[in-house]
Design a protein around this ligand. Structure first.
Ligand code: BGC
Length: 770
């Protein structure tokens, strides 16, 4: 019997990284080099004009496809590269070197530029989208893909990525659900920290270290109605318990910058939200890095209706501690006037400029402005075979087996005739998905290609498009039906195109778009064995497909190696192990639907009409959070607790035996949920508090061990202070969030815990992931 440990003591190490700016600022404790560096920055600030300072706080957007209106500086003299602090959306060792030279030679004080871009899930080699990768529940994997993305991006001249996106999202209508880690703050916080660590690698001044950004601070994922850019409405407690923890974890992992969200909270747009940016992030959490606006977000304070001029918008944003204005010239034009008229103190501008210059100094750009722009390194480090292999591995681990009736999967490789159906099967661009950075469709393996490469030489693979997500045209369905008639098996690739999820890609429906449902119905009527492979950026409502089709693989968008990864799982070279990081509803009408919901005073009860449910639909999800099957089966023992009663400061040990009762080796993500039966405030029916991935050979049993301490038990009680309350609690341990495999215990004493912010979930111990 093996022991797999999930320890709760891993946070300590990450705390060290929180205050790197602090540590350089404290006189007396600084090393000689630090003092020299600080003096250099102060001298530079002392030489700068107000205009030069405002320029450092301005970022020009050079995106090929801007995500908002491209703002010019209102007809005034165009701003030159040498007059700003950073650029967005430009990369390539050669071009960044050229632009850097322009900035250095063209500016009076020769201050280097920062080059930034959205490196969200890979760069030239594209990895699974963050939501897909979250299905692996694998911190080590997320750290490694972030590292590999950083290696490629920095070799291409980039200093700064706008990732990780750590917004919790519980409404799949919101297209940006694809960019984050799903609905749960524990999983979200864990992966946020892993990605920050990955982007950093060895840390500065290593030239493969990239500046990371936690975005979009905060609550952007709660956009009302799932409509992008909409307002978010939530209680302070929900903000603290659900939406802030991943940001807190990113800060503790040493994230370099934070980006504000387009949303408002409590009637204050985030770009003017001093209470959250200044009081919470800077003062309470001690975050000292630069805070950047989102694309044109400062100027949009006027549309929000909290500023009537660009000058007022600038003043409000700057006062809220937004240091850098993205894709806008407003800071460059307005900040000097605001200081001269006494509306902003010069010292505030200096503070912001200091943060920007210190960042450039950490990157070593004052010593060598071109150190990230090296064409030889770019060539050597781009699309390396090991990076492609990592993309394939990440793809395999991100796939979730949703259904496998009659053990239809895995398919044998030597079928006589295999028919592949669906426009997405042959759509290379869609494998890459939104925010594909420097990814190239021609370098990506489609599902069709992956299948063709995997099957035995004698297998006849026939491809028919049949139907597309983009059109209601059903005229191709007949051809698909005919092709399927003499097939041994059918693989239907269904879902969304790359362009259907991502920013500004909200959908009012979660159904399969276009004529795809009609295609499935026709395929089903042939009686052939059908496997559905889903390609999508959000949970889809697929109750009919679930009824009609025996096998379903959720493959999301897996990036450059998608076709290989899908074929690996489809034909059983790899046993699927993904678990959903977000609930799949039966219909859009159930949204919001998430596992950590409240019980209500009238929990759903089929026998009682006056309970919380629907007349026309079940209240339960189609697939719950944490759900995912394997080609083998796992059975769980009852959780064993170290004690049934404990005081608030004791640590409870929960052990559970997990047994592989099937015929193949498989990986299982063991999940621990906690419930407090009665509290002073209502609590979720269950809250994820731990997970651990174990590999089990057929017949093998392992004991998985979790530790729960006061931070895991704490709630935000009166005045949002943290308490451990007396009373009974239950733990549930199993393979998804609906498990009933539980045990109860009692906390005999209560206490207020010292810190004001919510219990940040303890990060699983690294070694527990293997
Ligand atoms: C998005 C950000 C992104 C920025 C720059 C904005 O529209 O909201 O997430 O980092 O564009 O591309």
């Amino acid at each position: 019997m093996d022991f797999v440990r999930v320890t709760t003591a891993a946070m300590l190490g990450t705390l060290i990284a929180v205050c790197w700016f602090h540590s350089t600022a404290r006189a007396g404790e600084q090393s000689g080099k630090q003092q020299e560096d600080a003096a250099f920055i102060e001298r530079l600030i002392g030489q700068m004009t107000l205009e030069e300072k405002a320029g450092q706080l301005t970022q020009l957007g050079m995106l090929v496809t801007p995500t908002g209106p491209v703002v010019d500086n209102k007809g005034q003299k165009p701003i030159g590269i040498a007059e700003v602090g950073s650029l967005l959306g430009v990369y390539g060792a050669e071009v960044t070197r050229r632009l850097q030279r322009e900035a250095i030679q063209g500016s009076r004080l020769h201050i280097p530029l920062l080059f930034s871009h959205d490196v969200i899930h890979g760069f030239r080699t594209v990895f699974p989208t963050p939501l897909a990768e979250a299905s692996a529940w694998d911190t080590d994997l997320s750290q490694r893909t972030a590292r590999a993305a950083a290696v490629e991006a920095t070799a291409s001249g980039l200093h700064w990525t706008y990732a990780p996106m750590v917004d919790i999202a519980r409404d799949p209508r919101w297209g940006r659900v694809i960019e984050g880690s799903g609905e749960d703050p524990f999983l979200g916080a864990t992966l946020a920290a892993a990605r920050v660590r990955g982007f950093h690698g060895k840390g500065f001044p290593d030239t493969s270290t990239i500046l990371s950004t936690a975005k979009h601070f905060v609550g952007y994922g709660a956009a009302e109605g799932g409509r992008d850019y909409n307002i978010s409405e939530m209680s302070q407690r929900t903000l603290e318990e659900v939406y802030l923890p991943p940001f807190r974890a990113a800060v503790e992992a040493g994230v370099d910058t934070i980006m504000a969200g387009f949303n408002e909270i409590d009637s204050t747009p985030m770009h003017a939200n001093r209470m959250l940016l200044k009081d919470k992030l800077r003062d309470e959490w001690g975050f000292q890095g630069p805070i950047i606006s989102d694309f044109n977000g400062v100027s949009e304070l006027m549309q929000h209706g909290v500023a009537s001029t660009t000058q007022e918008a600038t003043r409000r944003a700057f006062n809220a501690t937004i240091d850098i204005n993205m894709a806008s010239a407003d800071y460059a034009t307005e900040l000097p006037a605001l200081v001269r008229s006494g509306q902003l103190p010069q010292s505030l501008i200096d503070d912001a400029v200091r943060r920007v210059l210190q960042t450039k100094q950490r990157l070593g750009l004052f010593d060598d402005p071109y150190r990230y722009s090296d064409t030889t390194r770019e060539k050597a480090l781009t699309s390396m075979p090991r990076t492609r292999a990592l993309a394939r591995e990440a793809g395999q681990k991100s796939i979730v087996l949703l259904k496998n009736e009659g053990a239809l999967l895995p398919l044998p490789k030597n079928l006589r005739k295999l028919v592949v159906v669906g426009a997405l099967a042959n759509d290379a661009q869609s494998t890459l998905s939104f925010w594909s950075a420097a990814g190239r469709a021609e370098e990506s393996i489609t599902v069709l290609e992956g299948i063709k490469r995997a099957v035995a030489p004698g297998t006849h693979v026939v491809y028919v498009s049949g139907a597309s997500p983009e059109s209601l045209d059903t005229s191709g369905i007949d051809e698909a039906r005919r092709a399927v008639n003499d097939a041994d098996a059918v693989v239907a690739v269904l879902g969304e195109t790359a362009d259907m999820s991502g920013e500004a890609r909200s959908r009012a429906s979660l159904d399969l778009p276009g004529a795809q449902n009609a295609l499935v119905a026709q395929l089903h009527s042939t009686g052939k064995p059908i496997v559905v492979i889903l390609m999508n950026g959000r949970p889809l409502a697929i109750p009919t497909v679930d009824k009609q089709v025996p096998a379903i693989l959720e493959a999301w968008f897996l990036g450059s190696e998608m076709g290989h990864a899908v074929a690996d799982v489809l034909f059983g070279d790899v046993n699927p192990s993904g678990k959903l990081p977000i609930t799949f509803p039966r219909t859009v009408g159930q949204i919001p639907l998430y596992h950590a919901h409240k019980n209500t005073g009238r929990p759903p009860d089929k026998a009682n009409v006056y309970t919380s449910k629907y007349l026309d639909e079940e209240w339960t999800p189609l697939y719950p959070f944490g759900y995912g099957l394997s080609y083998t089966t796992f059975t769980y023992g009852v959780p064993k607790l170290s004690q049934r009663q404990l005081t608030f400061d004791e640590t409870l040990t929960v052990e559970v035996e997990v047994h592989n009762s099937g015929q193949r080796t498989g990986d299982e993500t063991v999940q621990l949920y906690l419930r407090q039966d009665v509290a002073t405030i209502t609590r979720p029916v269950r809250t994820l508090r731990g997970f651990s991935k174990v590999r089990l050979a057929p017949g093998e049993t392992k004991t998985v061990k979790f530790l729960l301490d006061q931070d895991d038990l704490a709630l935000l009680g009166d005045k949002l202070l943290r308490f451990v309350e007396m009373g009974t609690y239950q733990v549930f341990v199993g393979g998804n969030s609906s498990t009933d495999n539980g045990a109860s215990f009692e906390v005999m004493t209560s206490a207020q815990l010292p810190e004001r912010y919510p219990a940040i979930p303890h990060l699983p111990h690294e070694s527990a992931q293997r």
